[in-house]
Design a protein around this ligand. Structure first.
Ligand code: FMN
Length: 379
């Protein structure tokens, strides 16, 4: 288990171990203004560890970038105190904390965008969902972005990155995964443009490059990461040649010398394991195209996290679901302690219950189960 608990340099930061908190939207902001709530500060503070990295759930860069009612956003002053409470809680325990920045693109609904039609690179039939006051509903019809609108969206990313800095984060992660706007530009199933942002992959990554450059203009490359999901199925995206496309993406990102590349394995779709037992593939074929640190995510447990870091295909491993129910996950993995099962019913909104009330390992707890089984889903 040694290497998973070895220090590593991640851009500007010296981490003391390689177990990362994956970004998880938990829909617990205070409405109507997406104010980060005190229970969110509790949640992130509980999961902080000395020299460990947390990536905070996707925060929309503007009102029109929103996808889910209750999800985080970072575009107005009223949100700043809530964000500062979160970064303080993590720093108090010696942890590092990046904020993931998102534009939902076509995965949205007029009810959460303030009445504006969701935008996308192109208009392509889409049967995805958004979350409104009526629950998960079909996404609203979207429209294609005019080329003259793109600089405005890039500026939203830049302004949000500046706000993240003002709130005390240590860096930002660009959400270029899971079929949201940046991913919609990258993949040719959703990008049918014929202008400088569409067509060959060199054009399809232009939006990625420009958003990334906006984040770098605020933070410097050594404090910016990018998350991708090659062959991921969330958000109805597809590409005619995902391996070639994402190798190109990795090569492009490599030229920026960013802090890390974060890769979701395609065996996972959003918050669910689609293909049980599939070995990691995405990280394997990207490794030779990206020279910086790679964070692997999606379906890892203690053994497979250890194996992928030992193999060198990835340098760190991000955990989502297991971290949701094990605030001291790095410690438990290091000491081979049993995991508390996660509670799927509490993933998308709710109270502190099954959110910030999970306890650190206590040897006297007799009811701990190993959470690798499916039963964990409904525990
Ligand atoms: C409730 C929930 C919310 C999620 N929200 C986000 C998010 O905001 N941004 C993101 O990139 N991934 C999100 N994900 C995906 C996770 O970051 C991670 O890739 C996924 O859970 C697979 O990792 P795991 O097998 O360790 O859980 C979410 C997953 C869950 C379970």
């Amino acid at each position: 288990m040694a290497k998973l608990f070895n220090p590593i340099q991640l851009g500007a930061y010296a981490l003391s171990h390689r177990v990362v908190l994956a970004p998880m939207t938990r829909l617990r902001t205070i409405q109507p203004d997406d104010i980060p709530s005190p229970m969110m500060a509790d949640f992130y503070g509980q999961r902080a560890s000395q020299g460990g990295l947390e990536i905070v759930e996707a925060a929309s860069v503007s009102a029109t970038a929103r996808s889910y009612l209750g999800a985080a956003s970072i575009f107005h002053d009223g949100q700043m105190e809530g964000w500062k409470a979160i970064t303080r809680a993590v720093h108090a325990k010696g942890g590092l904390v990046f904020l993931q920045l998102i534009h939902g693109g076509r995965q949205s609904h007029v009810e959460v965008t303030g009445g504006f039609e969701p935008v996308a690179p192109s208009v392509v039939p889409f049967d995805g969902i958004a979350l409104t006051k009526d629950g998960f509903v079909p996404a609203s019809p979207h429209r294609a972005l005019g080329i003259e609108e793109i600089p405005g969206i890039i500026e939203e990313f830049r302004a949000a990155a500046q706000r993240a800095k003002d709130a005390g984060f240590d860096g930002v992660e660009l959400h270029a995964a899971n079929g949201y706007l940046v991913d919609q530009f990258i993949q040719d199933g959703t990008n049918r443009r014929t202008d400088a942002y569409g067509g060959p992959v060199e054009n399809r990554v232009r939006f990625l490059r420009e958003t990334l450059e906006a984040l770098i203009s605020v933070w410097g490359a050594e404090r910016v990461g990018v998350r991708i999901s090659p062959s991921g199925e969330w958000g109805g995206v597809s590409d005619s040649n995902p391996e070639a496309t994402f190798k190109h993406v990795a090569r492009v990102l490599d030229t920026y010398k960013i802090a890390y590349l974060h890769v979701i394995e395609p065996r996972v779709k959003g918050d669910d394991t689609l293909h049980e037992g599939h070995p990691p593939v995405a990280v394997k074929y990207l490794r030779e195209h990206f020279s910086g640190p790679i964070i692997a995510a999606g379906g890892f447990d203690r053994e497979s996290a250890h194996a992928i870091v030992e193999s060198g295909d990835a340098d760190l491993v991000a955990f989502g679901r297991h971290f949701s129910s094990n605030p001291d996950l790095p410690y438990r993995l290091q000491h081979a302690l049993p995991l508390t099962p996660y509670v799927r019913a509490a993933f998308w909104g709710g109270s502190q219950a099954h959110y910030s009330d999970f306890r650190a390992y206590d040897a006297s707890q007799a009811t701990q189960n190993d959470a690798t089984a499916d039963e964990a889903e409904t525990a």
